[in-house]
Design a protein around this ligand. Structure first.
Ligand code: PHE
Length: 373
């Protein structure tokens, strides 16, 4: 009797959990929502929630509501891995959205891969991320392309001949993007006059910038995240360096100009979408986002929105809610009309899309040009 009671006590909550879950599909998200890359996760989460609200309002997926559990990795690899483990084992999510910072994705995606849970990154551009395995996808372009984009712009539009590099050696993304830029810029006959490093969390960059100044480059490529880049811009201008600064999507945050102030204005970075687009899908998205959050969506908000919609469409098409079925449908994503462009996931589970060049103007992101693969 005692044993029966005990098993009832154990089984009843499980049953209750099941009935509740019967009309819901659990989706997980993890991202950096605090720390020095916090805007990446906060924005991505806003985009994801807007998409899920719309999907649920329109009847959900397979007649069920999508139920999102979002977790903060604090910008730390161990926390990212722990969050994904918890989402899978405790929340029993059918798929995971997120992973902006490539380093965090490289720590977390192997867990999803080993448990057979589809993992769809919003903004991780480092090529190694999707190489982790066949359950790992992304809705963004990759860094060999992003590096090519800025090297082409530096060479053809800015007509730069001598560029210095300042890379974050503690950040896989930064190292990969710097390498891609160097390769393409040299191929075009450009010269790399210096290639120096810093580490995420540094606040004083004067030694590197002083050395760079002595080489008199006509541009500096700094493919880092906004917190350090804002400080680097300030210190570069204090040292009298006037050469244009260039970067990648890691610059895309309202915080960039809060930290960099005037010093960051006029500089260029590559990005996933432009708020100046006249595509009705984009203008409509921006309108809805502003109505809900009272702010303009940055690139990650747009990528989060696209990722959630692509995942929902794959779940809808899947013959059941198993990891394999959802994975197979994600892999078939083709010509999805996203706000960050038309998304087709290729055989490497990456999206092949155009990039835009943005010129910083306070919190405005001035569209300069589009560069296609
Ligand atoms: N691409 C960056 C990375 O892989 C993350 C990022 C994406 C940052 C989009 C801003 C906007 O680490």
């Amino acid at each position: 009797m005692k044993r029966l009671l005990l098993s009832l006590v154990l089984v009843l909550p499980l049953l209750a959990g099941c009935t509740k879950k019967d009309n819901e599909i659990a989706i997980g998200e993890y991202d950096s929502m605090t720390g020095s890359e916090a805007t990446f996760g906060l924005s991505s989460n806003k985009g994801v929630r807007l998409a899920i609200d719309e999907i649920n309002a329109a009847g959900g997926v397979k007649g069920k509501k999508l139920a999102l559990t979002a977790m903060d990795d604090q910008g730390k690899n161990e926390e990212a891995a722990a969050a994904v483990t918890r989402l899978i084992t405790q929340n029993k999510v059918v798929a995971i959205l997120g992973g902006v910072a490539s380093g965090r994705s490289k720590a977390a995606a192997p867990i999803a891969q080993s448990k057979g849970v589809p993992f769809l990154s919003t903004g991780s551009t480092n090529p190694d991320v999707t190489k982790i395995g066949n359950f790992v996808f992304r809705v963004c372009f990759i860094d060999p392309f992003q590096g090519f984009v800025m090297a082409k712009f530096a060479n053809e539009n800015l007509k730069l001949k001598k560029v210095a590099i300042l890379r974050d050696v503690k950040n896989d993304y930064s190292v990969g993007l710097a390498d891609a830029f160097v390769q393409e810029f040299k191929k075009r006959g450009g010269e790399i006059v210096d290639d120096l490093s810093y580490q995420s969390g540094d606040i004083d960059f004067k030694a590197q910038l002083t050395q760079i100044r002595s080489k008199n480059p006509d541009g500096i490529y700094i493919p880092g995240y906004y917190t350090e880049v804002g400080l680097i811009a300030q210190q570069a201008r204090q040292l009298g360096i006037k050469a244009p600064l260039m970067g990648g999507d890691g610059w895309d945050s309202d915080k960039l100009s809060e930290i960099g102030k005037d010093a960051i204005n006029g500089n260029y970075y590559s990005n996933h979408y432009t708020t100046e687009s006249t595509d009705p899908a984009v203008t409509e998205f921006i309108k809805k986002f502003k109505a809900k959050y009272n702010e303009t969506p940055d690139a990650l908000a747009a990528l989060g929105y696209d990722a959630a919609k692509i995942l929902a469409a794959a779940i809808e098409r899947a013959h059941d809610l198993s990891g394999n079925a959802i994975r197979d449908e994600l892999a078939k994503t083709k010509d999805f009309a996203g706000v960050t462009g038309k998304i087709t996931l290729n055989e490497n589970r990456d999206a092949v899309k155009s990039a835009v060049i943005i010129q910083v103007d306070g919190k405005n992101r001035k569209y300069v040009t589009t560069i296609s693969p």
